[in-house]
Design a binder for this molecule. Structure first.
Ligand SMILES: C[S@@+](CC[C@H](N)C(=O)[O-])C[C@H]1O[C@@H](n2cnc3c(N)ncnc32)[C@H](O)[C@@H]1O
Length: 384
């Protein structure tokens, strides 16, 4: 006999505990109660094996046995529900584009909730309702009146509302730009974002109470990310160390990188590189490079790294030195992108190349500083 949804939820909770993502009995109870299958709508996208990275195929609920759909809902997987604004059930068999909404994998959802330190009796502002699954977990644990959630995409917001209502939850749901927060329900004890930001929006600082926290993925146009966990001080500043967890979330819509313009390789002046370009393919190397050149996006692989700043047309391209050891870099345009990246990477290497938890962030009204080691260490300003 196929397992019931309740059994599948218990099995999921067991799995999340084994993975170390779930330790808090309060979240375990929530995982055991919230029917994730209700939040996936009528279809989800899957990436076909061997297909290009950005090719998606939709899988319709109505076209598979009920047990298969339940199995899918209670697997520890992220299910993309929208690609470039098109929901899975409205898409053709194959769709090209980037994910714009999803139900994040349960282990990551619950890890974020635990890292945010949310406790009973606290109020939460969530940025990125998505399908509404994480919102439902918070409603289950905290009660509807303690949860406010904002979704940018109108269609996703409407669907999340329907799913939450059907599952018996009634948080405050806002369709709008979460970067502005929602001041009517402020102040919040906790703010948690499930989309990534390039910098901390100032309204968040104003809407979280003193001693409260902001937990958000911080990313940028090179897609180097880190999970920030900041505590608000009573002088209006916020600071904290990044957490070691590897997280990757879709960008908050107004913070996403600009559309790529055409570019011509081979422009500019070539010289030797003082760093190995392959470092930029690593999780922390990419994050560090992005701190140095935040307006650039990164392409290429292996020895060839291409950095491109769309606004100024500045670019840098590396290659292995054909005549000897090491690498060459060719730079063009007003921004010396590779100089900035070399400075940042050499500073990081000199500090022993720690992972993201070796860095922290301090936010004031005037600037947002990512520091290395401690708040008085080397720093880079975020592009606010
Ligand atoms: C990874 S999904 C959220 C997953 C969701 N928490 C869940 O468990 O299903 C990220 C969501 O953030 C939304 N989003 C992007 N930018 C936003 C913004 N500025 N304000 C609010 N939501 C935003 C996207 O539309 C997307 O639905």
């Amino acid at each position: 006999m196929s397992p019931t949804p309740r059994q599948l939820r218990q099995e999921l909770a067991d799995l999340l505990e084994r993975l170390g993502a779930l330790t808090d009995p309060g979240w375990r109870r929530a995982i055991e109660m919230v029917p994730r299958e209700r939040f996936l709508g009528e279809a989800v996208f899957t990436q076909e094996e061997g297909a290009a990275g950005d090719e998606w195929r939709s899988m319709l609920r109505g076209r598979m046995p009920k047990e298969k759909w339940l199995e899918l809902a209670y697997s520890d997987e992220t299910w993309v529900t929208q690609v470039d604004g098109t929901p899975a059930e409205a898409a053709g068999s194959t769709t090209l584009g980037d994910p714009t909404s999803s139900s994040t994998m349960p282990s990551l959802v619950v890890m974020m909730l635990e890292r945010a330190g949310i406790k009973d009796g606290e109020s939460v502002l969530e940025i990125g309702t998505g399908t509404g699954y994480s919102t439902a977990l918070m409603c289950e644990r905290l009660g509807d009146s303690f949860v406010t959630s904002i979704e940018y995409d109108k269609l996703a917001a409407a669907r999340a509302r329907t799913a939450l209502e059907a599952a018996g939850y009634a948080p405050t749901l806002i369709a709008g730009d979460g970067l502005h927060g929602y001041d009517k329900n402020a102040e919040y004890n906790r703010l948690i974002a499930t989309c990534s930001v390039r910098y901390i929006p100032l309204p968040w600082m104003e809407q979280v109470s003193d001693g409260g926290t902001i937990t958000t993925p911080l990313s940028g146009w090179m897609l180097g990310s880190a999970l920030a966990h900041l505590t608000l001080a009573d002088d209006g500043t916020a600071s904290g160390r990044f957490l070691a967890d590897g997280v990757s979330f879709m960008p908050a819509r107004p913070h996403a990188r600009p559309p790529r313009s055409s570019y011509v390789l081979g422009l500019g002046v070539e010289r030797e590189s003082t760093i190995d370009p392959n470092l930029l393919h690593g999780r922390t190397g990419r994050f560090v490079a992005q701190l140095g050149a935040p307006s650039a996006e990164k392409m290429g692989f292996g020895d060839q790294v291409i950095l491109l700043d769309v606004a100024t047309g500045s670019q840098a391209t590396t290659r292995r030195n054909p005549d000897g050891e090491g690498w060459l870099v060719r730079q063009h345009g007003p921004l010396k992108l590779w100089h900035a990246v070399e400075d940042a990477v050499l500073t990081w290497l000199a500090a022993g190349a720690p992972d993201q938890s070796g860095f922290g962030l301090t936010v004031t009204r005037e600037e947002q500083r990512v520091w290395l080691g401690n708040p008085d260490g080397p720093f880079w300003n975020l592009p606010v």
